[in-house]
Design a protein around this ligand. Sequence first.
Ligand SMILES: Nc1ncnc2c1ncn2[C@@H]1O[C@H](COP(=O)(O)OP(=O)(O)O)[C@@H](O)[C@H]1O
Ligand SMILES: [Mg+2]
Length: 258
Amino acid sequence: MTETAPKIRLRDVHKRFGPKAVLNGVDLDIAAGESVVVIGGSGSGKSVLIKCIQGILRPESGSITVDGEEVVGMGGRQIERVNAKIGMLFQSAALFDSLPVWENVAFGALQAKGMDRKAAFDLAVETLSKVGLNADVAELWPAELSGGMQKRVGLARAVATEPEIIFFDEPTTGLDPIMADVINDLIVTCVKRLGATAVTITHDMASVRKIADRVAMLYQGKLIWVGPIADIDKSGNPYVEQFINGRADGPITMDLRR
Ligand SMILES: Nc1ncnc2c1ncn2[C@@H]1O[C@H](COP(=O)(O)OP(=O)(O)O)[C@@H](O)[C@H]1O
Ligand SMILES: [Mg+2]
């Protein structure tokens, strides 16, 4: 593998559910250390795209490589090895209610890496401090946290094992604009500190502008525009223009009967 080989590479990826083609030929190269944001409407297939890269969903055809290794068709144990390089902040944070905050944050270290509980607790406290949370939060239960704090804990969990790749699935959904901005800043800081490759999916344009080196827009199963964030306001693409300006009128039409 040469130094310039992409960290993640998708070629002609197709994924359908029954009659519904969700991904219909997706091509994308993501360089090591790059932050790519995938935009697109609700139900456009953004989460499906990430799940295909993680091997949670299996595309019918096409190729997905991580560090040059083909993920499509890879067996369970191999997939686990690839996923050990990946941290993930889930939509709605998705913390384990039955575990205290510190065990949520150290989950990957305890499970995959077999770290002892004392070291895992210390790692959790240290990682919590990086997302602006005090040590006393470590012993709380997820239900005791506000939405913004849950997102911070989810972010701490995503970065605790210092992954090479981090996926953020709608990191600001459900947060007020100020807390959303705090989370966006933390994402940028954490990704930079780790030198990680980041893939964020969102429909929040404030996030896009803050987080993205490059933007890819998913529409009807294809990436219809990919370009640097600096070009997004002069994309010349009517779909992108409609989306980033949040206009009801334009080529993107909602099927309101579904
Ligand atoms: N496991 C699944 N089984 C059937 N349909 C699914 C599954 N996961 C996602 N879909 C469908 O795929 C489409 C894209 O979903 P998703 O990727 O979650 O959208 P979003 O862009 O909002 O993240 C939706 O129509 C959704 O209903
Ligand atoms: Mg989604």
